[in-house]
Design a protein around this ligand. Structure first.
Ligand code: GLU
Length: 326
């Protein structure tokens, strides 16, 4: 968007969602299911779909991987109305957002490493993957300008409960000051961190329906705080509807990953598996009845968020055999 002006009046825009794959992690049965549900919800309800490639805040993406991700979504039968928009193509909207936050005294540069923060935190937190940033590590004064892109920057989080209604999980309440504290918005690699990139891009692209895995549920409070601070969207930044979906896990209860075998969609495709077989399995996982080969169009016709199983889906060896038709 020229000048990076955030769209503050979305009134004229239709409901809009995004498919936002990160090309660092290949599409596998778990995230393919989330994308297929997102796509089906959008096409059923007539939402506009933006395809956004989230290639920031991660190590360099290997050449060809972005194209392969896009091709795989299309091969499974998904389509979109706008994009692909590749986040790394233009960093200026994120820089402008940082300048805006700095002018409001809401960010500070911080080069502390994770282990330094952990060492300074008074009580170690068990079972959480993110260490809460303790207040005493804040500088006495906030920066007035975003003047060094090669440093890490954090957003100043004031205490307070953030509430939102998740379309699948129901009412949610979180106090980001208690869970994570001041969080990273800019990395020392000279790029926006995930939280900032998502918020700025969702607003620029008019996204008001966010559908994603529930591993990102705890990011939502932070994203709402950033939307509010930046004055993005309608209703003071609270105009996005969130739908967080249960993850696919292995028999060990851990999120589907390499350790559970090669469930990458490209791997199945190379072995001659038809997309209908994959979509058929995903359909059963979404409560569409016993597995049978199914096109994305058929999945869309039958999918209903209200009858989708509420628990995590477990990927079992029998699922792999069914995909491979053996
Ligand atoms: N790029 C993220 C992923 O692939 C999704 C981020 C989001 O939906 O906010 O998991």
């Amino acid at each position: 968007m020229p000048g990076g002006t955030p769209p503050n009046s979305l009134t004229a825009l239709p409901q809009t969602t995004r498919l936002a794959p990160s090309p660092t992690g290949a599409l596998h049965l778990g995230n393919a299911r989330t994308f297929l549900i997102n796509w089906a919800m959008a096409r059923k309800a007539g939402w506009r779909i933006v395809l956004r490639i989230e290639d920031l805040d991660s190590p360099r993406v290997k050449p060809g991987v972005i194209e392969q991700t896009i091709e795989t979504l299309a091969w499974l039968g998904m389509d979109w109305d706008e994009g692909p928009i590749v986040q790394s193509d233009d960093l200026s909207p994120f820089i402008e957002a940082m300048e805006q936050l700095a002018a409001m005294g809401r960010v500070f540069a911080c080069d502390l490493t994770r282990s330094e923060i952990e060492a300074a935190a008074s009580a170690p937190q068990q079972g959480v993957h993110e260490t809460r940033f303790p207040e005493h590590l804040r500088p006495a004064e906030m920066a007035k300008r975003f003047d060094d892109r090669e440093r890490g920057w954090r957003f100043l989080v004031q205490p307070g409960i953030v509430e939102f209604e998740d379309a699948f999980l129901g009412p949610q309440r979180v106090d980001p000051a208690q869970t994570v504290g001041d969080f990273v918005v800019w990395t020392k690699r000279g790029q926006p961190a995930y939280q900032l990139a998502v918020v700025v891009d969702d607003a620029r692209q008019g996204v008001n329906e966010v559908v994603r895995g529930d591993d990102l549920l705890d990011s939502t409070g932070r994203q709402i705080l950033l939307r509010r601070a930046l004055g993005l969207g309608r209703a003071g930044g609270d105009d996005v509807r969130y739908t967080h979906l249960p993850m696919v896990v292995g028999e060990d209860g851990r999120r589907l990953a390499k350790r559970h075998g090669d469930t990458r969609i490209t791997h199945y495709r190379e072995q001659g598996v038809e997309p209908e077989r994959i979509v058929g399995l995903l359909g059963e996982w979404c409560g569409l009845g016993p597995r049978e080969p199914m096109s994305a169009g058929e999945f869309l016709r039958r999918f209903d968020l209200h009858t989708m199983p509420r628990s995590q889906v477990v990927f079992r060896p029998g699922d792999e055999r069914w995909i491979q038709k053996s």
